[in-house]
Design a protein around this ligand. Structure first.
Ligand code: AMP
Ligand code: MG
Length: 461
């Protein structure tokens, strides 16, 4: 009989189904996140690790489970979703381990329970990129591929990413029980999340405090997305983590040419999840979570908590943006100057990341005539601060390397066409430390080449 060492399992079987993983053929390990592996205190031999990472062997005898949830997808409520292709396989050092792509579950809704190599590489690399950028995220421990053929628009190799996070609970878990009127389960889930992840929320106001914490964590996550130019692509409530982690990497994209209306998801025709919409959408999603908690929190208090969102967001965003521009002392005109900089980027179709990184090298930036007028104002402004560690501060928040879509695509094509995986390893190292110079690898800061201009990413994964 398999053990049940997952905290989540203590919730009882209304919250999940035990499942049997369906392994792939001829699996092989493409990459492992060694630092995370060490942090978790894992020490398997290679064969055992591969078996666990591909769902062939249980983790410490633990019974894998798939959880049930609901969610608002593109604004519309879907009464039942769930882990359709992922499952929790174990827990270690306070982190849940989850496999994505290990086969069907009772929540697969007719789909195949698989993940393809293309999307698994993207999730694996973006997880480390976000971690490197200090943005809260689920992490990825292993990337496994196989000879199993998976049918999407093309036939693609079936792959599995092992995700790692303290919890994979989503807003949608609460929405499921609330929508069914199962208020006892809503309370049970809230108590569980508070006990394990927000233990400092105690006493009579604990549900209000808990909701406020979720609002705060989400606001900080979104502030960092916006500052670093990350666009999630599918901000449905089932893709929103109760811990404020970035979760479910699908058709995400980083801003390259600056455009606040950037839509990374080719299937998002209305631009619901456009880059500039993300802060508002996150608040809308939090309001749906608030609705689900109405049996625990009265409407007035719930509204008051939601009203805090804006202040949390602005505080975190301003702090990061000020660092990115190297502003030390406060000046009333700082926001105007920042706005003017973005206007130059927009008018001249400039690269978001590279332009910000160049700000610490004014001599270099001065050579760019697009910035001539703005640089004069900026020069005056930073002279006010007279700070000696300005450049260091700026380079610690303005990444040199981001996961450009074409870079991911190059790594994917090499993997698919030549079964070569060195680009994945190189990108992993760059993105793990995106603020470092990595001399000799400047090539990876290049803007998208012509062949990549029309690349599109859809929900198909
Ligand atoms: P996503 O938009 O990727 O977050 O997926 C939305 C829902 O569809 C989730 O419940 C997923 O588990 C499920 N899902 C997506 N792709 C598959 C698949 N290939 N097989 C089974 N379920 C899937
Ligand atoms: Mg999802």
């Amino acid at each position: 009989m398999a053990k049940n060492t997952l905290d989540f399992s203590s919730l009882g079987e209304e919250f999940f189904s035990p499942i049997t993983t369906q392994p792939l053929n001829n699996t092989f390990l493409i990459h492992k996140n060694q630092a995370l592996y060490d942090q978790l205190g894992l020490d398997f031999d290679e064969k055992t690790l591969l078996k666990i990472a591909s769902g062939e062997q249980k983790f410490e005898g633990t019974q894998p489970i798939a959880s049930i949830y609901a969610g608002h997808q593109f604004g519309h409520f879907v009464p039942q979703l769930g882990d359709g292709r992922s499952c929790l396989i174990g827990q270690v050092s306070g982190y849940e381990l989850s496999l994505k792509g290990a086969g069907t579950t009772p929540y697969s809704r007719g789909a195949d329970g698989r993940a393809v190599l293309r999307s698994s590489i993207r999730e694996y690399l973006c997880s480390i990129a976000m971690k490197g950028l200090n943005i809260a995220t689920t992490e990825a421990l292993t990337l496994v591929s196989s000879d199993t053929e998976v049918y999407r628009e093309n036939i693609e190799p079936g792959s599995i990413v092992m995700r790692v996070a303290p919890s994979h609970v989503r807003f949608g878990h609460f929405e499921l029980f609330a929508s069914r009127g199962q208020t006892a389960q809503v309370k049970q889930l809230a108590d569980f999340v508070i006990e394990h992840y927000y233990p400092y929320c105690q006493g009579e106001s604990r549900y209000v405090d808990f909701f406020n914490e979720v609002v705060k964590h989400t606001a900080v996550m979104i502030a960092r997305w916006q500052a670093q130019g990350f666009s999630h692509g599918v901000m449905n409530t089932d893709n929103m983590s109760i811990l404020g982690l970035t979760i479910d990497y699908g058709p995400f994209g980083f801003l390259e040419t600056y455009n606040p209306k950037f839509v990374c998801n080719h299937s998002d025709h209305e631009g619901r999840y456009a880059f500039e919409q993300q802060p508002g959408i996150a608040l809308w999603n939090l309001a749906r979570l608030g609705d689900s908690l109405e049996s625990l929190i009265d409407a007035k208090q719930s509204k008051a908590v939601l009203d805090n969102y804006q202040a949390y967001l602005v505080k975190a965003y301003s702090k990061l943006m000020r660092q990115k521009f190297g502003f030390i002392k406060k000046d009333d005109q700082d926001n105007v100057l920042i706005g003017q900089f973005f206007e130059v980027l927009y008018q001249n179709q400039k690269d978001y990341t590279n332009s910000l990184r160049q700000l610490s090298d004014i001599d270099q930036l001065s050579k760019d005539t697009d910035f001539t007028d703005w640089i004069e104002l900026y020069h005056k402004r930073i002279d006010q601060d007279k700070s000696s560690d300005r450049v260091e501060l700026m380079n610690s928040v303005n990444p040199k390397y981001i996961l450009r879509n074409y870079l991911a695509e190059e790594a994917i094509r090499e993997a698919q066409d030549q079964k070569r995986y060195d680009k994945i390893a190189t990108l992993f190292e760059l993105l793990r430390k995106p603020f470092d110079e990595h001399q000799g690898l400047e090539l990876y800061t290049n803007e998208a080449p012509d062949w990549a201009q029309g690349l599109s990413v859809s929900c198909s994964s």
